[in-house]
Design a protein around this ligand. Sequence first.
Ligand SMILES: Cc1cc2nc3c(=O)[nH]c(=O)nc-3n(C[C@H](O)[C@H](O)[C@H](O)COP(=O)(O)OP(=O)(O)OC[C@H]3O[C@@H](n4cnc5c(N)ncnc54)[C@H](O)[C@@H]3O)c2cc1C
Length: 351
Amino acid sequence: MKNKVDYLIVGQGLAGTFLAFQLMQRGKTVLIVDKGLTYSSSRVAAGVINPIVLRRFTITWRAKEFLSYNPDFYHALDQFLGKQYHFDIPLKKLISSQDEMDFWEHRYAKDGVSDFIHRELTDASDAIQPAEPLKIGLVKQASWLNISALLFDFRKKMISTNSLLEDIFDFSELKENSYKNCEFNNIVFCEGAQGKYNPLFKDLPFSLNKGQLITIKNTSLPADSILKKKVFILPTEENLFKIGATYSWKWDTSSEEAAHKIEADKTTLLKSHLEDMTTADYELVNVETGIRPSIKDRRPVIGRHSTRRNTFIFNGMGTRGCFMAPLLTEEFIEHIENDKPLDSEVNINRF
Ligand SMILES: Cc1cc2nc3c(=O)[nH]c(=O)nc-3n(C[C@H](O)[C@H](O)[C@H](O)COP(=O)(O)OP(=O)(O)OC[C@H]3O[C@@H](n4cnc5c(N)ncnc54)[C@H](O)[C@@H]3O)c2cc1C
């Protein structure tokens, strides 16, 4: 383990990983402490990157900025790890009623949505084996991040350079400029949902959200696009597809195991949404749950501790970490290193 670093980072989910990567790109030294929680949000996340809310056809917050920043960022990360993790992939919205067709046309003409969807609807291909007659609406600029593989490989690389300590962060060992045997200039907490219990950043209005998704095996569904109706069908590996995800605001929080328990009714719901899209045969191969680190106002929470000048939080990525975190990481580093103001919507000062 390194004994002197510029940055100590607690948590190696997507937030901690992107932060460590960008800091190292700037020549900073880092040590990550991460206990490798199996149920961290990032390990479970599907990695779909989509600039549009497909229920209401609204453009997501700062979509254009994130879309223009992400390709170079993900390319640099691919280069660093020597493998491709980020892929452009068509996202196809399945449309089954005249009302939905009219809504597509109506929204196309409004609020700049035409930058993000194609106007023309096409017929669904036979490969989808639609459960009912379908039209397809195409979303522009969607992509997929193979996030679990990315985190796994990044972790391996950090361990190999003594830059990741696999442990639970012990707050009783934290001093002003050191943790155990390691001195640091700055410490950043990227703990995802566990941030809710961080004694240094108490009372932040976390509004955690539990998600469940299933993985199915199928040999006929299209492997070259993401399909979306009430849920998405995302091709991940050969003949494997992730179907998800659910959103729950209430669950048993009495223990870690209880919180992450697989809920049978959610599995049934996901299967029924899947069967609403396609009549293709499938085998259920896996069910996963994770807790999304969301904040009440649906914006990340980023910034400096009120009294500890070298202590920061980078959290609250909610449902869209893969989309927002790359640029937010750069803005956060600019804030710490060069005093650039943070976007007021993410700044911890708003609380
Ligand atoms: C079912 C589901 C599907 C999702 N799908 C998508 C999607 O398609 N696209 C998208 O953009 N987002 C998706 N998300 C959201 C995405 O997962 C989050 O936005 C993002 O991963 C949050 O990353 P994070 O690093 O902030 O937190 P986390 O991923 O939770 O990471 C926190 C890390 O901190 C570590 N940690 C915490 N406390 C401690 C401690 N005390 N000591 C040591 N280590 C600690 C944990 O081990 C973990 O590695 C999904 C989430 C879920 C649950």
